[in-house]
Design a binder for this molecule. Structure first.
Ligand code: AMP
Length: 395
């Protein structure tokens, strides 16, 4: 099949690697600037609202998908009129607005933190009264990796925070004193031999640690979440996916905490796509999140989400540590034949490479280094995965 991918970052890159291995070919629609899918298919670059560009991109495409939901909704909807889009534009719409997203979580039976809309400065007083402080003020859309949000400890400073966020429509959320964060990743798809029956599989819960709002480390399986609570949460996510007639991978991120009523999971946000906290599945699961997403959107039978044991993934953010560059170049078994230290220099034209070192797999996306930017990740699977990943990362 020809898959039309909206977006060309590392998620698109890893999806294309999985899809090419399954015999598919790719076309990418990306905004001006750097992307990391150049060698994986034809790239259509420009204004994502340009109708002519959309038609050129859509030519011959069998199915569209997106690796990034923060693109104009009208773009997704126009494309979906030309070929099926999986998941549908409606799934992106829900995830683009934090208020709609929270209401959707509630309607499926998930708990959310107290929240109130702040559509203009005049809403701040009543929102603060309802939510209290400390609180998080977040833009309704376009937020990722901790961007577009401010913590409010003092109600008197709330207007400053609203101004700093550009006076755009926001949500005020109660600050959650969580014990830890987890994500649940599911894949839902129709089976070719039972076209009216969708199957849903879940990966084990992922425990996530963030630094400055950016995912640092994922450990699988998450420890300390009761199986009853997980079961309740999975049922709610299945309901969400059924409501959206979802096809593909869906991730929901949760805060885990203990309350006087017992342990709770609070749904924070959803990603209607493959997710950073699922990268470990490339080495750590029978079928990776990327392969399963491609199988779902092409309506092929889904693969097992069983794991090969414990897994730990650590992101390489901002820079690739020098010791990783040196080790990788010495031992490189790189699939794409690229050494780590070549990545920053070669930049946009490069493809991802992965190399196996000391039982740890190093993935480099070939992006130019910049503060806060995800440049790659490492994964360790099996016995002592945590120890091996951390030792490797620390040098
Ligand atoms: P988000 O963009 O909503 O995923 O937020 C990024 C990170 O900021 C989360 O993973 C949390 O570590 C932190 N965070 C976001 N919202 C809250 C909240 N309401 N209470 C406490 N921490 C939060």
């Amino acid at each position: 099949m020809i898959i039309g991918m909206v977006g060309g970052g590392q998620l698109g890159q890893m999806l294309a690697h999985a899809g090419v291995a399954l015999g598919h070919s790719f076309r990418f629609l990306v905004p001006e600037g750097e992307c990391c899918v150049e060698s994986l298919g034809q790239v259509f670059r420009g204004d994502l609202s340009d109708t002519k560009l959309l038609h050129e991109f859509a030519h011959g495409v069998d199915v569209f998908t997106f690796e990034w939901e923060n693109v104009p909704q009208a773009t997704l909807e126009s494309l979906a009129n030309m070929a099926p889009m999986r998941p549908s534009p409606q799934c992106a719409r829900v995830a683009k607005d934090r208020i709609q997203e929270k209401k959707f979580f509630q309607s499926a039976g998930l708990n959310v933190q107290k929240f109130a809309p702040v559509l203009c400065e005049a809403d701040l007083a009543s929102a603060l009264e309802h939510v209290g402080v400390p609180a998080m003020l977040k833009t309704l859309g376009q937020g990722y990796d901790g961007k577009g949000q401010r913590c409010i400890n003092d109600a008197a400073r709330a207007a400053d925070a609203f101004n700093q966020l550009g006076k755009v429509p926001c949500i005020l959320e109660a600050f959650v004193e969580f014990d830890f964060e987890i994500s649940l990743i599911a894949v839902r798809g129709y089976q070719p031999n039972a076209p009216s029956q969708a199957m849903t599989y879940f990966y084990p819960p992922c425990q996530n640690q963030h630094i400055n709002g950016i995912l640092h480390k994922t450990s699988v399986p998450a420890q300390g979440v009761s199986s009853a609570l997980l079961q309740h949460t999975r049922v709610a996510m299945e309901k969400m996916m059924e409501t959206l007639d979802y096809e593909g991978v869906l991730c929901v991120e949760f805060f885990a905490l203990h309350t006087p009523l017992g342990p709770q999971l609070i749904a924070n946000e959803m990603a209607p796509r493959v997710h950073n906290s699922g990268h470990w599945s490339i080495e750590g699961a029978v079928t990776s999140q990327f392969t399963n997403h491609v199988l779902a959107i092409t309506r092929q039978p889904l693969g097992s989400t069983a794991t090969h044991g414990n897994a730990v993934m650590i992101n390489l953010v901002g820079t690739i540590p020098a010791h990783l560059q040196a080790q990788h170049s010495m031992h490189s078994h790189a699939r794409a034949g690229m050494l780590v230290e070549d990545a920053p220099a070669a930049g946009a034209a490069l493809d991802q490479t992965a190399g196996q070192l000391d039982d740890v797999t190093v993935h480099i996306y070939g992006k130019l280094p910049r503060a806060g930017r995800k440049l790659g990740h490492i994964t360790a699977v099996g016995e002592n995965a945590k120890h091996r990943a951390e030792r490797f990362w620390n040098g």
